[in-house]
Write a protein that binds this ligand. Structure first.
Ligand code: NDP
Length: 318
């Protein structure tokens, strides 16, 4: 089976490509720069890549740029979208590529008769931010939708970009009749395949070198579970709608405890956050629907250990 992965060189997408190759798929992956070895070499080195992976250069804003790539594919996994929490220009850096890029990919999909289903990497960002209080007795699930005006009022630009993209994607899918499923992951961490550290893994593990740790609540999910959920959402015929993908809601103190226990010699922050000044209040997220896709969530401890092992292997942590 031939499938397309947009943004193939990213943190989540690299795992998606790896698992798709393992499952025997032939993959057309799009990247922004074919000449940057940091974006392509780790993909070309994957088992099966030589025989079944082709890379294409496409920018999200190239109108019609995905037409030729998706034509002939049975499935399209649209993961590409900018990830930054500190944009210089929210509109140009985040919102346009997220929103226009998603519609651009979906439009190309309507032109290809071969496509059976499109899986879009959405986010908990497009689920949980609507002004409703998040408290320990709240359970967020797929019936929740973020509110763009709330995101804007809070200047949550990345959250806004994912909310607008999710909203527009659902509207477009309904109007065009595309069979679309979205995966809405929480805060993704896990071993990295690419040679650079992605934003979310970097933020949580930067303390190892920088001696600071954000005191916050995170809706943790392992990158391998996220990649697997994308494939399951394509393969399970009854999959539909949105899937909140959160293994466990926890805080940074929990991650610190795991690291201290398993890596006592790592240089860790002297100041351990107290878990009291959390930016995001503690709340729950239901992963019942995700479990119907056959996802067995990786325990946080294993995710943390595997993340550190991969950071050590790549020389980011000594
Ligand atoms: P990465 O930054 O590793 O991946 C983002 C990908 O998008 C990269 O391949 C990047 O290409 C590509 N991209 C960005 N802008 C453009 C553009 N204008 N044209 C073409 N490609 C572009 O982050 P993640 O793997 O974490 O994120 C992947 C997806 O998952 C995103 O949609 C993100 O919103 C979503 N997500 C991530 C979560 C997380 O915690 N990490 C949580 C929930 C959702 P390049 O490598 O060239 O920059």
């Amino acid at each position: 089976k031939v499938v397309c992965v947009t943004g193939g060189s990213g943190f989540i997408a690299s795992w998606l490509v790896k698992l798709l190759l393992q499952r025997g798929y032939t993959i057309r992956a799009t990247v922004r720069d074919l000449n940057d070895p940091k974006k392509t070499e780790h993909l070309r080195a994957l088992d099966g890549a030589k025989e079944r992976l082709t890379l294409f250069k496409v920018n999200l804003l190239d109108e019609g740029g995905f037409d030729a790539v998706v034509d002939g594919c049975e499935g399209v996994f649209h993961t590409a979208s900018p990830v930054t929490l500190t944009p210089n220009n929210p509109q140009a850096d985040l919102i346009e590529p997220a929103l226009k890029g998603t519609l651009n990919v979906l439009k190309s999909c309507t032109k290809a008769a071969s496509i059976k289903r499109v899986i879009v990497t959405s986010s908990m960002a497009s689920v949980a931010y609507n002004g409703k209080a998040l408290t320990p007795d709240v359970i967020v699930d797929e019936t929740w939708f973020s509110d763009p005006s709330f995101c804007e009022s809070q200047k949550l630009w990345y959250v806004l970009s994912k909310t607008l993209a999710d909203e527009a994607a659902w509207k477009f899918a309904k109007e065009s009749g595309i069979d679309m499923v979205t995966i809405n992951p929480g805060y993704v961490i896990g071993p990295i395949l690419q040679p650079t550290v992605n934003v979310t893994t970097g933020l949580i593990f930067e303390s190892i070198n920088a001696r600071k740790f954000p005191d916050d609540t995170f809706r943790f999910v392992d990158v391998r579970d996220v990649a697997n959920a994308h494939i399951q959402a394509f393969e399970v015929p009854s999959a539909s709608g949105r899937y909140c993908l959160v293994g466990r809601v926890g805080d940074t103190v929990e991650v610190l405890k795991i690291v201290r226990e398993h890596y006592p010699t790592l240089h860790f922050p002297e100041e351990v956050p107290g878990g009291k000044d959390l930016i995001l209040p503690f709340h729950n997220v239901s992963n019942d629907k995700a479990k119907t896709l056959g996802i067995n969530f990786t325990p946080l401890e294993m995710t943390v250990i595997d993340t550190i092992e991969s950071l050590k292997e790549k020389g980011f942590v000594k």
